[in-house]
Design a protein around this ligand. Structure first.
Ligand code: ATP
Length: 320
């Protein structure tokens, strides 16, 4: 490869800037040119392409979001859109691509690869819902942001002897809820992968704990279950205990990335460039069992992952 294009796609995640910086600087180290593609696949199709040098990524490692912006693009899910994207890459001399995003973005990356552009994916999502990897860029920052917010809610919840339902993000996955549930010492941790919908059991446990003199009752609920406000109304009606729902929302996607997100994103960005330099394509950078590795994109997209049963069991014994 001679010229690498880089884009961020799908939901943004803190640490994406560290990955961009690492891709740009590693590419320059290998004597390659770098072009930044704005707004994901949408910007590719609109030819929003800018030259990047070492200076373009100065002062961004500590910033949340992505300097390249991100978008979702329907046109790129069509065969014509993909063909147009590959042609635009060729027109701009881009023969290698690094795509930072989630599963949807990697499907697009696989398509570009099949059309002759050497393409490598880097996992960026706060949800940790990419099967081939134990780490995704942004998860660590997001759980720390959510944890701090839940600590604050817990203080006021205790003072008013309330029950609080805090809904965290994660889409269909419960990783953020699991980590915060444990780290915040919640009384209930509700994960879409495990929750059986037995609200009466929760109500019974709230009444029990009140009898034992507990001042607060923190329920960490996952976005994949949702309905936190109506859950709060039903719990309040059944227990007589004031119950409030807080949906943390997009604050979990923002903020300065943690050290771990900056570090892992930096290693992954450089790994992606190394793979391109070795002539590889259609690969995903991943972190598995303590090592940075890479997988074939289609194989990676076929993989499944689930909340660890062992960790879930421990979380459940700690809530009581
Ligand atoms: P996140 O998990 O953070 O939302 P994501 O990458 O999974 O990230 P998506 O919206 O699913 O987010 O995908 C991002 C973009 O990737 C889409 O807007 C589209 O342009 C492209 N994309 C998604 N699916 C495909 C597909 N099957 N083929 C080609 N491109 C796709």
């Amino acid at each position: 490869v001679k010229t690498i294009g880089i884009l961020t796609s799908g939901g943004d995640a803190p640490g994406m800037n560290a990955a961009i910086r690492s891709v740009v600087r590693s590419a320059i180290h290998h004597g390659l040119k770098v072009k930044g593609i704005m707004r994901g696949y949408a910007g590719l199709l609109e030819e929003e392409i800018v030259d990047m040098d070492s200076h373009s990524v100065s002062d961004i490692i500590s910033r949340g979001g992505t300097i390249l912006y991100t978008a979702r693009c329907k046109e790129f899910t069509t065969a014509e859109g993909q063909k147009k994207g590959a042609e635009i890459c060729k027109k701009h001399g881009i023969d290698g691509m690094v795509i930072i995003g989630g599963d949807g973005s990697f499907m697009g990356a696989g398509k570009l690869s099949a059309l002759g552009i050497n393409t490598i994916g880097v996992p960026g999502t706060i949800d940790l819902d990419i099967a081939c990897t134990d780490y995704t860029i942004g998860f660590d920052t997001s759980i720390n942001t959510a944890m701090q917010a839940i600590d604050k809610i817990r203080d006021t919840s205790t003072s008013h002897e309330r029950c609080s339902i805090i809904e965290v993000m994660g889409r269909r996955a419960g990783y953020i809820a699991l980590w915060c549930g444990v780290a915040n010492g919640a009384e209930e941790i509700l994960l879409p992968e495990r929750y059986d919908g037995d609200e009466q059991a929760i109500i019974n446990r709230i009444i029990e704990s009140r009898k034992r003199g507990k001042k607060h009752y923190i329920i960490v609920n996952a976005e994949g279950i949702g309905h936190s406000s109506s859950m709060a109304s039903r719990i309040e009606a059944a227990t007589g205990i004031e119950t409030r729902a807080t949906i943390l929302g997009h604050m979990q996607r923002g903020g300065s990335p943690t050290c771990k997100d900056r570090y892992y994103a930096s290693i992954m960005g450089a790994k992606a460039v190394e793979l391109l330099v070795e002539g590889k394509s259609n690969r995903l950078v991943a972190y598995k069992n303590g090592a940075f590795v890479d997988y074939d994109i289609q194989e990676a997209l076929q993989m499944k992952k689930d909340i660890s049963s062992e960790q879930y069991a421990i979380a459940q014994l700690l809530v009581r």
